[in-house]
Design a protein around this ligand. Sequence first.
Ligand code: DP6
Length: 325
Amino acid sequence: MALNSATAIAHPNIAFIKYWGNSDDGLRLPVNSSISMNLDGLSAKTSVEWDDDLTADEFTLNNEIQSGDSLHRVSRHLDVLRGRLGRQSKAKVASENNFPTGAGIASSAAAFAALTAAGVAAAGKILSERELSTIARLGSGSAARSIPAGFVEWYAADSHEDSYAQSLFPPDHWNLVDVVAVINKGHKAVGSSAGHPSAQSSPLQNARVAGAEERVTRVRGAIQERNFNELATFVELDSNLMHAVMMTSQPPLFYWEPASLKIMSLIREWRAEGLNVCYTLDAGANVHCICVRSDAPIVSSRLNSLSEVLTTLSANVGGGAHVLP
Ligand code: DP6
């Protein structure tokens, strides 16, 4: 590997308590704290090379040269890194995802966590996990949560320095699996970044935010005690609340598809039958089915037998962002 370059891997994460809406859109300071689990196996692998001879940043994603918004967003994050690292040089960034991009499997979280970790390492700097998380947050809010390992909480705060994510429990604390029912591989119509500013236009957003700290406390406690039923109650409630806000915003955002609703209803039935499984959806139609590891095979085989399900992806609890040696 050339001097001034480094490669990092980061996993996407699935939020149990959602981030939806900012108190400061520019700084991505969220209106409520959130909790997530990193997704092992799914990953973004990103190489950054700072190069004094380049006249502009370059970005390839899955071997395709990027331009327009995609390049611009990466370049803006490189500006943040240049500011913090005291560098002027442009960078060559190459990233690969091993999961579908833009389909409700937080690709931007893994991408900006890996970009941050690689960019800092490529400059030969070592920053604290807390600072890496705050920097990643500026690229994509949920990326703050892909820096630390395992089960993670991201704190809402009034200042850039204080809004960071921290590991609550390591990956081996609880054998949960996210079985993602992929029903749509396409790019979502409205991305999260465009969605956050509209959250406040929903008459339901204040009510969602008012109860968020209580739900964070309940979910943190449920993970600590490995209490699946408590987890299921608050994870489904929080997902439903976020989608209620989305659907009642101006303009309204509908991410659920008929197949999403069908699967949500089946998940509730399967839980009533005794399976430890619950659902949550991000800004996309795919349904994340959170279950205990012993129930994951039956949950995925039942999901795969549905004609609406294109495929399933299964992920254990993942580690944090890390730089490759
Ligand atoms: C619905 O982190 O993707 O997945 O900060 O604009 O990049 P930006 O938004 P992003 O929003 C994630 C929203 C969500 C819920 C969550 O992951 O908490």
